[in-house]
Write a protein of this length. Structure first.
Length: 304
């Protein structure tokens, strides 16, 4: 038996520029890193987190006691790089402290909403039948209630706090993830490996935890980033309406509302910082979400 010498030659190298990496993790990291906007979003988020949580350690301000003698100082005033507001609070310090509340509420509410919504949707899909119908009618019923009307009614009955705002925003935001994950779970349930698990005696909790949620993790992660952006906008909107974080704790929404009140008087520095921060954080989370969506898509293809 003679061997063809050509069979001993190494395979031809991949064409220039063609990627041969089939590792799902490496494919994920590569595609995310190639998305320039996603990297810009990460840098913006890292800078905002450092600005809000480490900034007050370097720029000490009093955000509890007003100083009317220092009211409406323009940017560049001694000790006030961004000026002061109508009651003498340092705008830069207020932007930092207000960002802490906005980010904490937005991120926590989005995480609770995403986790609860994903579990609700996956459980509804795996049980099916009348239980699925009832669970989704609950979702439809809550979604039919105008969110702004509910928030205003709650504001008249109780005093909002940071933990209460997290719970309220999460309970209004979990409906989207529930519908989304239910739809994907129904697709996964029809596949052969789920039937094999059932045939081997696998119970519904195991199917949800070990199969449905891991196979929808890409959708969950991407949706979570958009949920954070929406939650931060919700916090800003409530603060703008005056029913957000109670004083003296500032937030970007209340700072924006205060800035709009005095912007026509020429105090432009009261509106630009808070408005810029809100726009930057929302855009950044959307950039990261787009990058995660592309990366998870390529990761799943590499896995396949």
């Amino acid at each position: 038996m003679t061997m063809n010498p050509e069979s001993l030659d190494p395979p031809d190298p991949a064409p220039a520029g063609e990627r041969t990496d089939r590792s799902p993790g490496r494919a994920f990291a590569r595609v995310f890193a190639e998305n320039r906007l996603a990297l810009v979003g990460l840098l913006i988020l890292a800078a905002l987190v450092l600005f809000c949580f480490a900034g007050p350690l370097l720029h000490h301000t009093d955000q509890a006691h007003s100083q009317l003698s220092d009211a409406n100082l323009p940017p560049g005033s001694p000790g006030h790089p961004l000026g002061t507001d109508d009651v003498g609070f340092d705008v830069l310090g207020r932007l930092m402290v207000g960002g802490q509340a906005s980010l904490e509420i937005g991120i926590a509410a989005a995480l609770f909403a995403t986790v609860f919504g994903a579990l609700w949707g996956a459980i509804a899909a795996v049980i099916g039948g009348p239980v699925d119908a009832v669970m989704m009618r609950v979702v439809d019923g809550i979604a039919s209630i105008p969110a702004l009307f509910l928030l205003i009614a709650l504001a008249k009955m109780v005093t909002f706090s940071v933990p209460f705002l997290i719970v309220v925003i999460a309970m209004l935001a979990w409906l989207g993830p529930a519908r989304l994950i239910r739809g994907e779970s129904l697709t996964i349930i029809g596949k052969e490996f789920v039937e094999a698990v059932r045939g081997m005696g696998g119970r519904n909790p195991r199917i949800v935890v070990r199969h449905l949620l891991p196979n929808t993790i890409g959708t969950i992660a991407v949706n979570a980033t958009f949920q954070v952006a929406d939650a931060i906008l919700a916090v800003a909107g409530l603060g703008y309406l005056g029913i957000g974080v109670p004083p003296p704790q500032p937030d970007w929404g209340s700072s924006l509302a205060n800035g709009i009140t005095f912007a026509y008087a020429g105090y432009w520095w009261l509106i630009i910082p808070a408005g810029t921060a809100i726009v930057l954080v929302v855009i950044a989370f959307n950039f990261v979400g787009d990058g995660l969506r592309d990366a998870f898509f390529v990761k799943n293809r590499a896995r396949g």
